[in-house]
Write a protein that binds this ligand. Structure first.
Ligand SMILES: [Zn+2]
Length: 65
């Protein structure tokens, strides 16, 4: 079964898949991606750690200088 629900970025209403929100004409997006591959998850966590590591190093640099 295909995921047919979309959520409006503008008003937050759920609608059946169509080009634009029937209530406000806002842009629609898929609220819950039906699939999440393990590879994507891995990339996500690597990116997250990379960003957090950078923030951490920036914080320590500020403290020492
Ligand atoms: Zn809307």
């Amino acid at each position: 079964m295909k995921w047919l629900m979309r959520k409006c970025k503008n008003c937050g209403r759920y609608v059946i898949v169509r080009e634009k929100c029937p209530f406000c004409g806002g842009e629609l997006y898929v609220p819950h991606p039906p699939r999440f591959s393990p590879q994507d998850k891995y990339v996500y966590y690597r990116l997250k750690m990379k960003i957090e590591g950078r923030i951490l190093s920036l914080n320590t640099e500020e403290k020492t200088s």
